[in-house]
Design a protein around this ligand. Structure first.
Ligand SMILES: [Zn+2]
Length: 304
């Protein structure tokens, strides 16, 4: 049985179809794949063009209003097989749309989409770095988050590199090619998401892997030690129960709070901060409509 390609598609994807680990079946999978692209700078535009050229079928693009957003908007003209769905905010994405995506690609941005594995890169004058973040997936909460990866990257670049040249735009393009090719390898199951960070060092044009570990006092990652469900409570019991729970926890504890409704979503993060705790952004529990979860731990920077 021959794969259903049009003559135009056979011509468009001929070089990829010839690659042994892609072939016709891999190309079909790419065309049926949806993913999220976040960012509107040079890196996002470059990565978007690579992904569109490769034939990733559906791109949900979270437009951050950056300088080259218009180049991303032109993608359907580059490849009519690609459906580009432009979003102004994360809230515009429905649960079904999130569930249809395999991956979120974060390009020089600090936004994420809860519930999706994340491949992220940031560029700077030294080059930049790429990491994969599994902590967004609800079933792997022990993985280090991208914020901790950022801290680990700083430790390898802060040493003796004073030969900095202003290369940010070049770095962004360089990181974009790495990001797009890693994404495609992941989408086609050619390679798993990297477990280490990859630093791109502009001064020497080399890639250097670096280990990522959860940083002490990070509310976004590390094992959950305590959990409280206040989804059936109303104000002020929501706050009272969280306060009592915090008082019963060890100083190193990390609490997960399950909550529902506007009142606790606004007030509980406030209460946590006033009590000397840091907290993650509330995120949807994808298995239960209307249920949110947030994680919290003691703010070590402000409580000795
Ligand atoms: Zn972390």
């Amino acid at each position: 049985m021959s794969l259903p390609f049009t003559e135009e598609q056979i011509e468009r994807y001929s070089r990829q179809i010839l690659l042994p680990r892609i072939g016709g079946s891999g190309q079909q999978r790419l065309l049926q794949t949806a993913m999220v692209l976040i960012g509107s700078g040079t890196m996002a535009a470059t990565a978007a063009w690579y992904l569109a050229g490769a034939g990733v079928g559906r791109l949900f693009w979270l437009d951050e209003g950056g300088p080259v957003g218009s180049q991303i908007a032109e993608i359907p003209a580059l490849n009519p097989d690609v459906e580009l769905i432009r979003l102004a905010s994360r809230a515009d994405m429905t649960m079904d749309q999130i569930a249809s995506c395999r991956l979120a690609l974060l390009c020089d941005s600090d936004q994420t989409v809860a519930g999706l594995p994340l491949l992220a890169a940031w560029s700077n004058d030294l080059g930049g770095y790429l990491i994969a973040d599994r902590s967004a997936q609800l079933d792997s909460v022990d993985a280090p988050c991208w914020r901790c990866a950022t801290a680990c990257y700083r430790t390898i670049t802060s040493s003796d590199d004073d030969s900095t040249i202003p290369t940010t735009a070049l770095s962004a393009g360089w990181l974009a090619t790495l990001l797009a090719s890693t994404a495609i390898a992941t989408l086609l199951d050619i390679a798993p998401l990297p477990t280490q960070g990859i630093a791109a060092l502009a001064a020497t044009s080399v890639y250097q892997p670096f280990a990522i570990s959860p940083q002490p006092g990070c509310p976004w990652c590390g094992p959950i030690t305590d959990q409280i469900d206040i989804s059936a409570d109303i104000c002020p019991m929501t706050a009272v129960r969280v306060k009592l729970k915090l008082e019963s926890m060890s100083v190193d504890g990390r609490l997960r709070i399950l909550l529902r409704g506007q009142e606790p979503l606004e007030n509980i993060p406030l209460l946590l901060r006033q009590t000397g705790y840091r907290c993650s952004e509330p995120r949807h529990d994808l298995n239960h409509t209307g249920l949110f979860m947030l994680e919290s731990c003691r703010d070590r920077a402000n409580t000795p």
